[in-house]
Write a protein that binds this ligand. Structure first.
Ligand SMILES: [Zn+2]
Length: 217
């Protein structure tokens, strides 16, 4: 019997894991078998075009990744609280991206979707509805994604403002909406600040220079 597409994929996964084990990469778990100490809590869209290797940081014991549609806090609040309150990650990053299907879904009629999907789109719709945007469709989607990141950062600051944490909003642009070469990450929000001077003040407090700060909305 021929292997189904799903069967082929599962075989690929398991063969890949064997290669992984045989290439002794398991040694990397040596220092963190019974405890994790991640530095970044990353709330990212589930979109397969937004993998965490865009930071070029080995995510093992470094990035506590929380993925959901539309990189929202309200639909994964417990996971974020766990990272911030218990694991004490110094950074909470909210990472939106270009061409986000969740944003597209939230601004169209999703009444025929299942209750679970409607629930996760309605929380997104609530934060982007106040903004009206002109211009071409693709740009509008990316502007709304940026506004969504702002809303999620604001929500995070209301929840964790007293914690010793830097909340950062980012947009991963693989379309070119930010006028730079593809796949750049743009800082769009730093601890709730969205204008250049304020961003640089916050950045300076943390000793950060040369930020790629850029906004489209
Ligand atoms: Zn998305």
């Amino acid at each position: 019997m021929n292997m189904s597409e799903a069967g082929t994929i599962v075989k690929l996964m398991m063969d890949g894991n064997l290669d992984f084990v045989h290439s002794t990469k398991v040694n990397l778990w040596e220092g963190c078998r019974t405890k994790q100490e991640p530095k970044i809590a990353a709330v990212m869209c589930s979109d397969s075009r937004v993998p965490h290797y865009i930071f070029n940081i080995d995510p093992l014991n470094w990035i506590f990744t929380i993925k959901n549609i539309g990189n929202q806090l309200s639909t994964c609040e417990g996971s974020v609280e766990y990272a911030v309150n218990h694991l004490k990650t110094p950074v909470l990053a909210i990472i939106g991206h270009s061409d986000c299907g969740a944003i597209k879904g939230a601004i169209t009629d999703y009444s025929k979707e299942s209750p679970a999907v409607r629930r996760e789109l309605s929380t997104l719709k609530k934060v982007i509805t106040p903004y009206s945007h002109k211009g071409n469709y693709q740009m509008k989607i990316d502007q709304l994604a940026e506004k969504n990141v702002d809303a999620q950062v604001a929500y995070a600051l209301r929840k964790f403002g007293d914690e010793n944490i830097l909340v950062i909003g980012m947009m991963f642009d693989f379309i070119g909406s930010y006028g730079q070469q593809g796949c750049r990450i743009h800082i769009t929000n730093l601890n709730g600040k969205t204008n250049v001077d304020d961003i640089y003040t916050v950045a300076k407090m943390h000793g950060i220079k040369n930020l790629n700060f850029r906004r489209i909305s």
